[in-house]
Design a protein around this ligand. Sequence first.
Ligand SMILES: [Zn+2]
Length: 260
Amino acid sequence: MTRPLDSTDKTKAIVLKVAPFSRTSHYVTWLTPQHGRMTTIIKGATRPKSAFLGQYDLFYTCELVYYTRDRNGIFIAKECSSIKNRLRLRSDWKACAAAAYIAETASRITVHGPHQLELFDLVDDHLDQLASATPSEEFIYRFELLILEKLGYSPQMTKCAKCGAADIASATGYQISPVLGGAICGKCQPALRHRPVRISEALMETIKNWQAFTHTHSKSATVIVSDDLLALRNILGIFLAHHVDVLLAGRKHVIELVSA
Ligand SMILES: [Zn+2]
């Protein structure tokens, strides 16, 4: 069955990227709940009387109407209206940097096609949080932990990630192997090829708390001491590099900005 040329569909969509397509048109990359990542051309976007003017920009959540017939995976936008413009992100540079990191991460881990309802809600919620408050370093790590969970790589923190033993604590804290996916018991540690990262009991509790509340939209009010922040930065960085394709240069940049 062929669809008529002018058949359209409507979706909520978050702007992840805007790039020039021609003198007056834009390429826009979106995150949608039903079709993952989508790219549209917005024709005549920058013309003075364009109906699109002011309706979309980076980090907006919009209602997008597009023609369902694509050309090489690129759709043509028919209409677009802003639902949330998150204006605070234009004046708070730490929040803006964190929003850029979230958008870049979302863009890298999604493709066009599959449902991404949970990821859409996660990104939408974190952009809302950034639109209301300047982010802490903890905010970035909690977002990363939630991303890992959505992708099925949530760190295993309740039993040994190698042998499954429940006894993972020691007098000096816990040993985490991001490559193996979580905590490692005393018996398995000598056989590891990669050096594990030691974390304190307090950090272990924080990570478990964050994992327990992954399905709520509660904000993270947790404050973590600096040694633990460094361990968390290290562990999540290896997790992300090993299991997920994120841009680590962008990560370093955003962490340095928000912790300054
Ligand atoms: Zn073990």
